[in-house]
Design a protein around this ligand. Sequence first.
Ligand SMILES: *Cc1c(COP(=O)(O)O)cnc(C)c1O
Length: 385
Amino acid sequence: MLTSTMVLDSENLETPLYYYDLTLLKETLIEVVQSAKAYDFHVHYALKANNNPRILQLVQSMGLGADCVSGNEIDLAIETGFDSQQIVFAGVGKTDKEIRTALKHQILAFNVESVQELEVIAQLAAEMKTVARIALRINPNVDAHTHHYITTGLDENKFGILTHELPLCIDLIRDNELLQLTGLHFHIGSQITDLNVFKSLCIKVNEWNEWFINRGYEVPILNVGGGLGIDYHQPDEAAIPDFKSFFAIFDEFLIRKSHQQVHFELGRSIVGQCGSLISRVLYIKNGIKKNFAILDAGMTELLRPSLYQAYHKIEYLGNDHDHKQQTHYDVVGPICESSDCFGKEVSLPELHRGDLIAIRSTGAYGEVMALRYNLRENISFLYKE
Ligand SMILES: *Cc1c(COP(=O)(O)O)cnc(C)c1O
């Protein structure tokens, strides 16, 4: 229950509001750092999950690297103090400008996703007379068993280099002294809760690592991406994901040469549980078939339910639960789209205009996906230290 951890001056609270529990974030970071350290694994934080400055500062202060998917994210990571030697850059559509930004900062690696991209990086590196460090993103064809919009490692997905083009990539790198092969990169999807999926990934990584070794390349870095899921149904009981079991899988199943480092790119599992979207009930509409609770937050503040039918736990934030009867509501936003719905038939205490509602586990892919659609007001913020 969020109420116990929150001190809210509910009368004067500006809503909709993103509430971040920085204490929980810090505990989560300590856990991820310590669990990774046990195996000498390196963790990069995926900025795209949340780039709120307070969150980024905390993540940076714990010594994590940064996983970026745009030139602006690289610039922001550098401004926040991330070491450029700990920045990687992924994405199927890197522009020339973004590639130049990355080259200028001499980042750790481009996670390259196509032959043509490799050629463009080579050309720009030559223009700038600088070296480009390359990790080849391989699509391992492992099913992440997650929502199809956040599955990225299947043959039908747009991500990664087609495996039959890898020999061509090797030739391009071998013939160009400005291209350095530093790693192999994999990322099979997000919100993965079945750890067996990561075991399957390890087996594929082993095969590809062997394939490269047989061709004379013992790459220094095996980057296995991110994707560890969180428990959206139990934001309090499972506030910190089981990083120990996650890393233990890789330690057990990933075969690496003594000098090969293992890198991870975690987003959701680090920041997901520290955020809640706080909203106020604007209106109650008791319909013939349904009761609607209409909130002042909508898909413009939290897109995940509309975009991928994502589940978020919805809580009533009053302290008078005992006097209230449970009722079922479709909890909806004010936006002119029928997909603007946070939950159907949600069991909640009887609600009234002005009541506060918490939509939990919104620290990842929440604030960063906010839209200006309908020319919405700015979102407010509250941080628990
Ligand atoms: C989105 C993304 C991540 C982070 O995924 P999470 O599920 O948030 O851990 C890591 N690597 C790449 C390449 C990504 O696109």
